[in-house]
Design a protein around this ligand. Structure first.
Ligand code: GSH
Length: 298
């Protein structure tokens, strides 16, 4: 009989990728029911269609809010052609994989827009493309001067390239991954703090990202980095010490005051105060009984 004490459990062996990746459905964590390695529809489902020129299929995530804010801003400037029906797409229930939605966005992600103002509907997907489509169509929120326009487009595309590190990188590993991986959290926390510093330095020299005027660049960046600056994303405010980015804070507060922003944030929203949620928007009067809060309440 051995008298040696039992040996302590050995640490989990490091993962060694196999030669060929295979789909282990159980490893998908919180998003296992919607993440798939293949594109295309999972089921037949036609999209609803309303009476307005713009048909939006979306949800009030930061990417969705960009578009509802843009449409509300255009309406506030008197563009009746920007009237829209906003339909709710519940991405956690897989509605982005319905055949009708995939026909509007083959990438199966909100937001997706159908511009029905012409003889044939025009589909637009990717929030940056939607903002640019609307800005060019209505001649708003995109500077006419070539140098100012170049600055505006640079920040617009900066957002498109940067936010995946914030959401898919930092947010995923800090808040959603089934285990906390120090290497991954460090890597993406560092990158997100660097991004906040990029914005902070820019906003130290001008009121808005493209210069003196509010533009599609602010409309794209604010829902992500403004929410982050207010501690509303991934409960990461303290961890990232977001209060230190004081020019980002100033800009976030300034934009949060805009009535169109307060309205746009409510559209297709399914969490937070019930009175601040407008699941679908079909008319300006839909906002009447709602609380249009600023950036403060989640
Ligand atoms: N680059 C895209 C990203 C869109 C995106 O990631 N949408 C998310 C919600 S914020 C989505 O629909 N996810 C559903 C899924 O991945 O199945 C854009 O800016 O429009």
């Amino acid at each position: 009989m051995s008298t040696e004490p039992p040996s302590p459990p050995s640490p989990p062996s490091p993962y060694v990728p196999p030669k060929v990746w295979t789909w282990n459905k159980a490893s998908g964590g919180r998003f296992a029911n919607i993440n798939r390695p293949i594109a295309g529809p999972t089921h037949e489902k036609a999209l609803p269609r309303g009476r307005h020129p713009m048909q939006l299929y979306s949800l009030a995530t930061p990417n969705g809010v960009k578009v509802t804010v843009m449409l509300e801003e255009l309406l506030a400037r008197g563009h009746a052609g920007a009237e829209y029906d906003a339909w709710l797409v519940r991405i956690h229930e897989g509605e982005q994989f319905g055949s009708g939605f995939v026909a509007v966005n083959p990438n199966s992600k909100i937001p997706a827009l159908l511009d029905c103002s012409g003889p044939e509907p025009v589909r637009v997907f990717e929030s940056g493309a939607i903002l640019l489509h609307l800005a060019q169509k209505f001649g708003e929120f995109l500077p006419a001067d070539p140098a100012a326009r170049a600055e505006c487009l640079s920040w617009l595309f900066w957002q498109m390239g940067s936010a995946p590190y914030l959401g898919g990188g930092f947010g995923h590993f800090y808040a959603y991954a089934p285990s906390k991986i120090e290497y991954a959290i460090d890597r993406f926390a560092m990158e997100v703090k660097r991004q906040l510093d990029v914005l902070d330095r820019r906003l130290a020299e001008s009121a808005y990202l493209a210069g003196d005027e509010y533009s599609v660049a602010d409309i794209a960046v604010w829902p992500w980095y403004g929410a982050l600056a207010k501690g509303l994303l991934y409960e990461g405010g303290e961890f990232l010490q977001v209060h230190e980015y004081r020019h980002v804070q100033r800009w976030t507060d300034l934009i949060a005051e805009r009535p169109a922003v307060r309205r746009g944030r409510m559209v297709n929203r399914i969490q937070g105060q019930p009175s601040s949620q407008l699941h679908e928007r079909h008319d300006a009067s839909d906002f009447d009984m709602r609380t249009q809060d600023k950036m403060g309440s989640p």
